[in-house]
Design a protein around this ligand. Structure first.
Ligand SMILES: [Zn+2]
Length: 103
């Protein structure tokens, strides 16, 4: 069994207002409270090609910032949203190679 590759991106909301975090291409929206943070994790199968990238090859993430929102493109096969301690509180695991290591 191969090792699943994982990439982690920490997103902080240093503002005074809640920040909408959109995870693409799933278009899932999560609210980060003021002074809050979350960790976006994406997985790709071991031995596969490099991360597909959004605009360029081999980049696990791309981030687009707007005045009141931030969009993260996760270029693995899934995404998980966790806190700093690794407690997962949302995920989209259809296609996650860590959840389905045999496929
Ligand atoms: Zn996963």
């Amino acid at each position: 069994m191969g090792v699943v590759r994982a990439a982690r991106l920490v997103v902080h909301n240093d503002g005074e207002e809640p920040l909408d975090l959109t995870v693409e291409p799933w278009a899932d929206i999560h609210e980060i409270p003021p002074k809050g943070m979350c960790v976006v994790v994406t997985h790709a199968p071991a031995g596969g090609r490099d991360w597909s990238g959004t605009s360029y090859e081999d980049e696990p993430f791309e981030v687009e910032h707007r005045p009141d929102s931030v969009t993260v493109w996760a270029n693995g096969h899934c995404f998980h949203i966790c806190d700093r301690e690794g407690n997962e509180y949302y995920s989209n695991v259809s296609g996650c190679p860590a959840a389905n290591p045999a496929t």
